[in-house]
Each structure stands twice: as C-alpha cells, then as structure tokens.
Write a protein that binds this ligand. Structure first.
Ligand SMILES: Cc1ncc(COP(=O)(O)O)c(C=O)c1O
Length: 445
C-alpha cells in the first residue's frame, strides 16, 4: 500500500521499485522499531529533531484522548481551555514575550511572523519596511515564502521565482569564515555584515531580521561570542524587528527552554514547532511581545485594524493539550539539566572522535544538538562529497543507530553528521551513538 500510494517526503522513489521503504511501526523511549522487527536507537528524534520527550508517552496520549472527547475543535477566533493554559505556561518561560498565535507547522509559524511584519509595515510605516532579512545557511521552511527566506540554495532549486523583498545576509560560521573577515572578532564582524545589508537596502525598507539561534539543518552552527549583542544593537538602531526561529532549538534542545536564551537577547517574535508537542500532535506557535501585538489593536479602520489571518487547524485542541503535558514532562524529569549534562558528555566524545579521525574537521553544537563536518583535508577544509556522510548514516543504521546528515541543502556543504537524540538520552545511549559512529568512521575512512 505504501509503495503504491504514498509519496514520501524528500525521497527519490526510483529505488523503491526494487527496495521496500522502511516502515516505522513502534517507538518507546529513545528507540523505534521497523516493520521487520529491527530496533534502532534514534539519535535524531524522529529524523528531524522533533520527539524531544521520547516515544510512547502514554500521559500525553491520555490527556489528548480526554480532551478530544470533551472538545476537539473550534476555530481559534474563539478560545479553548488547553490553548489558554499552554499559552500562559509558555509565556512564563519567555520573559519579555506576551502573545501566542497558534498554527500547525514551523513553516506556517514563520509565515505568520512574515505576515505580522508586512502588516506592521503597512500600518505603521506607510507600506515601507516590508523587507525581511534572512541569513545564508539558515532554513525557515518549505512553503514558497519561507523558502524565499531560506539560505540553502539546493533546497530552493527548481522552486523559483521567489517572493520579493526577502534579502540574504552573510552567514556566521566561524569555521568557514568569509574571506577578509576579522578572525579575532568574528562574531562582531559577522553581525556588522548585517548592518551593511541594512544600510545598502535602506533602513526605512527593512522590517525584520529572521535568524535561527543555532543554524540546524544548515550544519549545526552556533555564532561565536559578540554576535548576538551586536545583532540586538543593530536591530534596535534601525527599528528592525528581531524574529528568532526556534523551530528546532525550542523546548529544551540546547539545555534552555529556547536557544536565544543562551545569548541574553530579547526578540520581538519567536516561532516554534517541532519539540512543542514532541510530535504527539501538530502544533506551532508564533509568539510576540505585547508591543507587536499592540500594533494590531487599532480601531481606526474596522476593515484592516487587526491581524487578518486564520489557520483552520490552529483551533485543534490536541496540539496545546499535548504541548502542556510535554512541557510538564520536561519540568518533572529535569530534562533541561539532563540535556546540559549529557550534551557536555556528547561533545567530549565527539572531540575524542575528532582526535582519532582526520576526516572530522570541526565539532559543533550545544546541549543535545551536535554535529561535525567531514573534510578531505583539515588544512584546506575541502568538504567531502555527500556520499560519505550518506554512507556513514547507512552504516550506523545497519548497526541499529539512526543519525542525521545535511541532506542536499547546499551545492558543496552536504558534509555534516547531525545528532539530536531525545532529551531523555542517558550516558549509555550517548555511548551507543558514539560507538556506532566510531565503527562507521573506522570502516569507511
Ligand atoms: C529552523 C527551521 N525552521 C522551520 C522549519 C520548517 O518547519 P516545518 O517542517 O514544520 O514546516 C524547519 C524544519 O526543519 C526548521 O529546521
């Protein structure tokens, strides 16, 4: 049935004519099983860093079931109890933020943010300030507008033309610093490149800057010291809204509730999805400050004086119900602390692998969010061909561990192995992941 009728995401179906696709049929803790009975340690939380609290959480399923039989759906133009409770609990963890707008996916949450920025441009700035800046190597989603805001050229191939007024700013990957960059003070230098773009475009045309707190699919890239305070300063100076895309880092992945909270900044808009309910229900949130929300409380024009957006399934109660229990689990089981602790251990293990294998050029990450770059030569940093990370991932899978890799995102930089196990991962789980990578690197390099 699957082979005949299901169109898989990101999959070339040609090989399926000979091979059965993998069917995942069961999950428990950090493990999943396929239809043939093979067991895997899932080191990427559902392949795309989503299942933060792990598989088989009956407490989430029970709460969702109870809510659905009471009240499953009503459009979010009205309120419902789990949406109100989750919004309050979420805002408690986000000082300075105030309002939660519900939708269903990371892409959609980002689209809402873009629409908020565009509408503010019309309401407050006479139709100027419509430009939204995004960073090379960041990804913000799969729709045409969010792809227009994504700095990964391979993902964009064959989907143009794109939406106007999305403008790229230079990446901030110290390991691959741009020619002429100030290597002593790379964070500040990279932030200053954003200012240059704002000045080139004209500050009165730029409405927002959209950034991942740590670039995820683009290669697990954390900006070095100095970057974020300067970014905040630039946004304030030019009246540019700071939109942080926490779709991957949100809800504990890096050891804090949100990635941006490591850097002492105050965003205007924060978007989140994947880990919000750990994949137990579809939910995403666009969270804003009260100031952004206030811009829409306008009774001067009854036709245009509010955010004229709706998302049908933003009114499903399953999402916020699952999200509430998900958050409670993170608190009750002290998972933020576990992430910090196990994350440090994981980084140490990956650094040891780097000492052993010259093919590893750089180890990066924060919390249970880590990865490394594979290079042909440490001096030239020439990336390996994408076939090597693909072979490493296949080797690990054959040995019962699922790891991730940058997958056709760039012309040449598809050379990263990525790890993001569920936040409940133990030291034994980390050891098993590292052992699988060690075996693969030993056999294949
Ligand atoms: C940083 C980031 N933003 C947005 C998205 C899009 O989320 P979704 O696939 O839920 O639309 C992703 C998906 O991987 C992501 O990594």
């Amino acid at each position: 049935m699957d082979r005949n009728h299901v169109w898989h995401h990101l999959v070339n179906h040609k090989p399926f004519e000979e091979n059965d696709p993998m069917m995942i049929v069961k999950g428990e803790g950090v493990r999943v099983w396929d239809a043939k009975g093979n067991e895997y340690l899932d080191a990427v939380s559902g392949a795309v860093w989503t299942v933060n609290v792990g598989y088989g959480r009956t407490e989430i399923a029970d709460a969702v079931r109870d809510q659905l039989v009471t009240m499953n759906y009503f459009a979010q133009s009205a309120g419902n109890i789990p949406a109100a409770k989750f919004a309050q609990k979420l805002i408690e963890k986000m000082p300075g933020m105030s309002r939660v707008y519900y939708s269903n996916s990371g892409s959609e949450a980002n689209e809402k943010a873009f629409k908020i920025v565009r509408q503010i441009a019309h309401k407050k700035f006479g139709g100027k300030k419509t430009k939204i800046l995004y960073r090379e190597r960041d990804y913000h989603g799969t729709t045409i507008a969010t792809l227009s805001a994504s700095g990964q050229e391979e993902r964009r191939t064959q989907y143009g033309p794109f939406v106007p007024d999305f403008v790229a700013v230079p990446h901030c990957c110290e390991y691959r610093a741009q020619e002429g960059a100030d290597l002593e003070n790379y964070g500040v230098w990279a932030a200053n490149q954003i200012e240059k773009v704002i000045l080139e475009e004209g500050p009165d045309t730029v409405g927002a800057l959209c950034l991942e707190p740590i670039t995820a699919g683009g290669g697990i890239i954390e900006a070095p010291e100095g970057y974020w305070p300067r970014v905040q300063e630039i946004c304030k100076q030019y009246d540019v809204l700071l939109h942080i895309d926490e779709v991957v880092c949100g809800l504990g992945r890096t050891g804090k509730w949100f990635g941006y909270q490591h850097y002492g900044i105050q965003p205007d808009i924060v978007t989140m999805a994947k880990g919000v309910a750990s994949g137990y229900a579809a939910i995403s949130c666009t969270v804003t400050t009260e100031e952004v929300f206030e811009a829409f409380k306008d009774d001067s024009d009854p036709r245009l004086g509010y955010f004229r957006d709706i998302s049908t399934f933003g009114g499903c109660t399953a999402g916020p119900t699952a999200a509430l229990v998900n958050m409670q689990i993170i608190e009750d089981e002290a998972l933020l602390e576990n992430v910090t602790h196990q994350g440090e251990y994981l980084r140490g293990c990956l650094n040891q692998l780097m000492e052993k294998y010259d093919v590893i050029g750089d180890v990066r990450g924060k919390g249970l969010f880590a990865g490394f770059e594979l290079v042909k030569d440490r001096n030239t940093k020439e990336p390996v061909d994408e076939t090597l990370p693909a072979a490493i991932a296949a080797h690990c899978m054959a040995n019962g561990v699922i790891v991730g890799r940058t997958n056709r995102s760039f012309a040449t930089l598809n050379n990263n192995i990525c790890l993001s196990p569920p936040l409940i991962a133990t030291r034994n789980d980390i050891d098993a992941i590292v052992q699988a990578l060690d075996n693969a690197l030993s056999d294949l390099t």
